[in-house]
Design a protein. Structure first.
Lengths: 556, 224
């Protein structure tokens, strides 16, 4: 029988005792400790540990010398799954940042360390330097540093925000933009439309207000554009000849193509069904939020890296998925989520009921829309709903009513978008739920609605709206738009491949590698995550590019 | 002598000994025979100026200018200009943030901090981070802005630390009395004293009432 492996969490007195008794029983013991040294929080501040005086019972000498005990410092358990006899633990060990082989304990680093911080051993009562020793016996020095600043950790693509904002403060705009483009090829577009989750976490807000991270990015990108500075094209050192197909020239697909080009892939083809590249940047976000000339500058920057974009090629119609898969070494599906979700109300297939995303797409591509005057009703409360209402006003509707079944407080849209929509004259109706489309001669003429009130919180933590009996009323409308979420159009792939799909008809992928259950086929962006913010789609594209690179290099 | 070798402690020493102004003249940027000597000088003197200004000196009294050795007329002009500026401010102790007897005490503390190891090491790392944009071993880039902010923090720390040491050298004291005397907030003073105790510069002398009394131990300090 194979030897048993035991994991002890925490190396305080009890943890060490447990490890010693398990090791004595002949098991292999791993001891994971959050702090850089054993002894837990009992370490005195000036003398750390001398054998036999910090603890009463445990035999530290045996603990250090026992071959069956492996001590994991700076380790946090991130996940623990399994059942008796077959546990699996995911342990994250932070790097000590001091090479124990080279350190000879002169202690000079502590004398000169410029960073002082609250000492977590003494409950923050005194200061210590960022570099410190914890175990005078082992010579184990350690630089304490959090992995990422909070803004960078919040950003889906982990943009080096501290660096590029710092460069802007120094006036080094070119370096700042280069730091952004290390990861994100869309600084102009993202700088305009990102809902910036980073700013919600910024530590500066506890002092006055958060740093305007998003608009600082827009500023450096605009600086280059307005001063006609030629963006620097990255020249990869290696070059690879594998053919890669990317389906969908949206945020995710183009970010993936950009990173693959930076890795050195020469044959990258991006297939786009619509006549113009950009995906949701182009047809999902109205022009008043993201001008097309601005977007085309970003796309031009990507194509200059040697990425070919073929527009007007719809998979399944102009070219089959089988051919694509046969002709290319790797395929990325980044087709986004362009199909509106059904509002599940009666008569919703009547003439005059549309998907909100349909209006946005037609307006963006300059196509006609069947109805553009009279009264419009928009259902939903997200940023897409705000875009649809404001686009309705621009298209020519006289009155736009927005129905949302919770209150203003629960609106998922960004507050500045709501304010802008209200300012432009959109009428908001809160605590109103649509029930049935009123149809006359096959045409929608109004919406039967019911008033709601907020009840108990549901599973998502939001208070669930409950209908008020007898409060039904009819709201007149010439056109009704649903903007309650989008799903992926997954009909491009044949059933024979056996792709699995999630709740939003999105491709199910490995969350780390973005690989689908079909070999060589990856999926990222909205097609993999369900409709989400643009920067998350870009992050998915970047990670997919990394795993496509690993996949193709590993195949050799 | 290359201006890159002008030790900030030398500059502070000049002020402690009564100089009314110090003018450091180096080569033009880009003309350095040793490539980065004058950049180093600029970093060092910027830091020294910040330190001395924090101690209460009028920062105009320390200047760094660029000149080539072939420009006699300009050299004369620089000197005349500088002397006139200093004359306008007046002798040491007038036109500064603090008056004369205290200024000298503070300058002595500034001298000790500038001669200490911490500022030397950190300012020595500045060109590595700022002029060479590759960042540290982990690829983390630090901007000039951040380094300057860190340096300003050290200037405050070092002044506080060395003034606490100077006060304790005169007579042992409790933290609350030190805080009152040096006008540093008491919680911060406690932390500075504890850090000094850990590093072996001060030790406990006894307890008076409920407050521990600390006394100066040695200028060498312990192991760390």
């Amino acid at each position: 029988m194979a030897e048993k492996k035991v994991l002890v969490l925490g190396a305080g007195a009890a943890g060490i005792q447990a490890a010693l008794s398990e090791a004595a029983a002949g098991n292999k013991v791993y001891v994971a400790e959050h702090f850089p040294s054993f002894g837990g929080e009992r370490i005195p501040q000036d003398k750390i540990i001398t054998d036999g005086d910090a603890f009463t019972a445990p035999d530290l000498a045996t603990f250090k010398s026992n071959d069956n005990i492996e001590f994991l410092r700076n380790a946090d358990v991130q996940a623990l799954v399994g059942d008796n006899g077959q546990y699996k633990a995911k342990i994250h060990c932070r790097t000590p940042r001091v090479d124990p082989e080279k350190c000879d304990e002169c202690g000079k680093c502590i004398t000169v360390c410029p960073i002082h911080m609250y000492d977590d051993y003494n409950e923050g009562l005194e200061w210590r330097t960022a570099v410190d020793f914890f175990d005078s016996g082992s010579g184990y020095y350690n630089i304490y540093k959090e992995d990422m600043p909070v803004c960078q950790r919040t950003c889906p693509i982990n943009l080096p925000i501290r660096t590029y904002v710092g460069y802007i403060a120094d006036g080094k705009y070119a370096e700042s933009l280069a730091a952004i483009r290390e990861r994100l090829p869309f600084p102009l577009s993202i700088g305009r439309i990102c809902p910036h989750p980073c700013e919600a976490e910024c530590n500066r807000q506890y002092k006055d207000e958060p740093i305007s991270i998003c608009f600082l990015k827009r500023f450096v990108a605009d600086y280059e554009l307005n001063n006609n500075i030629e963006p620097k094209i990255f020249q990869p050192e290696e070059s690879f000849s594998e053919k890669i197909a990317i389906l969908g020239a949206g945020p995710s697909g183009l970010t993936c193509a950009y990173h693959l080009a930076r890795f050195g892939y020469q044959n990258i083809v991006v297939y786009e069904a619509l006549p113009q590249p950009g995906g949701m940047f182009r047809v999902g976000i109205p022009e008043y939020r993201l001008p097309w000339e601005i977007l085309s500058k970003d796309i031009e920057f990507i194509t200059k890296h040697g990425v070919e974009i073929k527009c007007g090629v719809r998979i399944g119609q102009d070219i089959s998925f089988d051919d694509i898969k046969k002709d290319h070494d790797a395929v990325l599906i980044a087709i986004g989520a362009h199909k509106g979700m059904s509002a599940r109300v009666k008569n919703e297939d009547a003439e005059g009921v549309f998907e909100g995303i349909h209006l946005l797409r037609n307006m963006a591509l300059g196509k006609d829309f069947p109805i553009t005057k009279g009264k419009a009703i928009v259902i939903g409360g997200g940023n897409v709903a705000m875009d649809v209402t404001r686009t309705c006003l621009r298209a020519g509707f006289d009155e736009v009513n927005l129905l949302y079944r919770r209150t203003r407080k629960e609106l998922p849209a960004s507050p500045w978008e709501v304010d802008a929509a209200e300012h432009e004259g959109v009428k908001f109706h809160f605590l109103v739920a649509p029930q049935e489309v009123v149809v006359k001669d096959g045409k929608a003429v109004g919406m039967k609605c019911q008033r709601m009130e907020l009840g108990e919180p549901d599973a998502s933590g939001r208070r669930k709206p409950v209908p008020v009996e007898g409060s039904e009323f009819v709201m007149d409308a010439d056109a009704i738009f649903g903007a309650i979420g989008q799903v992926t159009d997954n009909t491009i792939v044949d059933e024979k491949y056996g792709f699995t799909f999630g709740r939003k008809l999105n491709f199910e992928v490995n969350p780390e590698t973005f690989e689908t259950n079909v070999e060589g086929v990856f999926a990222s962006g909205d097609a993999a995550t369900g409709a989400n913010i643009a920067i998350r789609a870009c992050a998915g594209g970047m990670k997919a590019a990394e795993s496509i690179h690993k996949y193709l290099r590993g195949k050799k | 002598m290359c201006t890159g070798r002008v030790d900030p402690a030398l500059v502070a020493d000049a002020f402690v000994n009564g100089a009314d102004g110090v003018l450091v003249i180096g080569c033009y940027f880009g003309d350095c025979h040793y490539i980065t000597g004058n950049f180093m000088a600029k970093h060092k003197l910027d830091m020294a100026r910040e330190m001395l200004a924090y101690a209460g000196l009028n920062p105009t009294r320390l200047q760094f200018r660029n000149l080539s050795s072939a420009e006699g007329a300009r050299f004369a002009r620089h000197n005349t200009e500088f002397v006139e500026q200093i004359k306008e401010i007046g002798p040491l102790g007038t036109g500064d943030k603090v008056g004369m007897p205290q200024l000298k005490e503070k300058l002595e503390i500034a001298y000790k901090s500038l001669a200490g190891p911490k500022l030397r090491w950190v300012v020595g790392k500045k060109p590595v981070f700022v002029d060479d944009a590759r960042g540290n071993k982990y690829g983390e880039v630090f901007t000039e802005h951040e380094i300057n902010r860190t340096l300003s923090g050290i200037v405050i720390d070092e002044m506080a630390t060395y003034s606490i040491m100077a006060a304790l050298e005169k007579k042992p004291a409790a933290v609350k009395d030190l805080a009152k005397e040096l006008e540093i907030p008491a919680p911060d003073t406690l932390k500075y004293v504890l850090a000094l105790k850990r590093r072996g510069f001060v030790e406990m002398d006894g307890v008076e009432g409920t407050s521990p009394i600390y006394k100066f131990k040695s200028a060498e300090g312990g192991r760390c």
